[in-house]
Unconditional design. Structure first.
Length: 433
């Protein structure tokens, strides 16, 4: 698919790098650009002269699509379509993002979130069609097509249905998270912008743990996580098991943030971000090779998103240090110190300082408790001892004639569960005596 990029800014120089990356991620071949610095034209977004220049380039380049990095209103889209050669599609930044999301959605949850975002994008356009058509008593107002009052209500009903289904999915996932915690897992989430290297870091942190690719895994565990230099590689969540010191943790890689996302789009994907909000620790991954101004802006936006509902500690990870000099890294650490006062600098690509990150993860996660249990020697005791081995760091097991002494450290939830099961053993032993 051949495409031309168009972008207008109120002031300064238009930057098309990100929109080009997005278009490439969606499978478009970019063959040209048209940019302009001026106030938005209500009818065409671009000025009339620049819009005509765009039409000429489109015809000469034989493209199928024009992609605007601006948000287009329904009438701007229509007017541009009339100006361009027949059959050329006009889409804006958010339509492009939804197209990428649709391509990457594999799970039921991701597909529902894409559908929700598409409906939220369509709703104001359906409302505009209805209100203007009523006002002008002209069903085909400005060529937008026949309006249907029932369509607006249908969209609202579909949004409500999808939100209800996503809520049910989230309740199921929350129950799984609680079972993981009860089983001794700490939950660590990776957050950050697309292409910051989250998926690569996930694989690096989990690489010491051997996983049989043919093994039947827990339904929430994936043996591998994709790692590619493209935007939106991770649309849903990918979870892998890893060892950090004595702990077993579950690392979850989430959908990447992207700049200038409208509120309605962020809202549509909040159930994906719940894996961040419910984590015990969040690793906020940033690409330290980017200009410091861009990193600063992304950190501010990430903090606004994460601190909205998140209570877990956040550790900033400056990734891709293999792409910058020591002097540049020091300068950026200093410039970002207010937003990232104690970051960990790593290279997920070659493994530099990843051990230091593991140590930091261990320090930041909730402290474990030490416990020593005296268990009666019964048929069920070995089952409990085995469970403690699976869910805690066992320091010593001593077998006596009538009892078993177990010393271990674990998450508070695991210690509490072990005490409860030990009490049940004691009660059963006393009743049978």
């Amino acid at each position: 698919m051949r495409a031309i990029i168009a972008k207008r800014v109120d002031s300064g120089t238009p930057d098309t790098e990100e929109i080009c990356d997005l278009a490439a991620a969606a499978g478009y071949d970019i063959v040209g650009e048209v940019t302009q610095t001026r106030k938005a034209d209500p009818a065409l977004q671009l000025g009339e002269g620049k819009a005509n220049e765009l039409a000429q380039k489109v015809e000469l380049a034989d493209v199928t699509t024009v992609i605007f990095d601006n948000r287009l209103g329904p009438y701007q889209t229509y007017n541009l379509g009339q100006l361009l050669p027949e059959g050329v599609e006009v889409i804006d930044r958010f339509t492009l993002i939804l197209e990428i999301f649709g391509q990457r959605a594999q799970t039921r949850k991701a597909q529902l979130q894409v559908e929700l975002a598409e409906l939220r994008y369509e709703l104001p356009r359906a409302e505009a069609k209805t209100s203007l058509a009523k006002r002008d008593e002209h069903p085909g107002f400005m060529g937008l097509g026949e309006y249907d009052e029932s369509r607006e209500q249908d969209i609202k009903d579909q949004i409500s249905r999808i939100k209800d289904e996503l809520e049910r999915i989230e309740q199921t996932e929350e129950h799984r998270r609680e079972r993981r915690r009860a089983s001794g897992f700490d939950l660590v989430a990776l957050a950050g912008y697309t292409n910051a290297g989250k998926s690569t870091l996930l694989r690096r942190l989990a690489e010491d743990l051997e996983i049989d690719e043919n093994e039947q895994l827990h339904p929430d565990l994936d043996a591998t996580a994709e790692s590619e230099d493209r935007l939106f590689t991770t649309l849903g969540t990918t979870t892998r098991r890893a060892e950090v010191g004595p702990r077993e943790i579950l690392l979850t890689d989430t959908v990447g943030f992207i700049s200038n996302l409208p509120h309605w789009l962020v809202e549509s994907f909040k159930s994906t971000l719940d894996s961040v909000y419910r984590a015990d620790l969040v690793l906020l991954v940033v690409d330290v090779s980017e200009p410091v101004e861009d990193i600063h802006e992304k950190l501010v936006t990430s903090h606004d998103t994460l601190y909205e509902r998140n209570e877990a500690p956040i550790v900033t990870v400056l990734n891709k240090i293999d792409e910058v000099s020591e002097e540049e890294l020091a300068e950026k650490r200093n410039a970002l110190s207010a937003l990232a006062p104690n970051p960990v600098a790593v290279s997920a690509a070659d493994g530099t300082n990843v051990d230091a990150l593991r140590d930091r993860i261990d320090r930041e996660l909730p402290d474990w408790e030490r416990e020593r249990l005296v268990l009666p020697m019964t048929d069920e005791t070995m089952s409990l001892v085995s469970w403690i081995h699976d869910n805690a760091n066992v320091e010593d097991v001593t077998y006596g004639d009538d009892d078993v002494h177990v010393s271990f450290e674990a998450r508070p939830a695991v210690v509490s569960r072990a005490r409860s099961r030990a009490s049940e053993l004691e009660t059963a032993t006393a009743e049978s005596a």
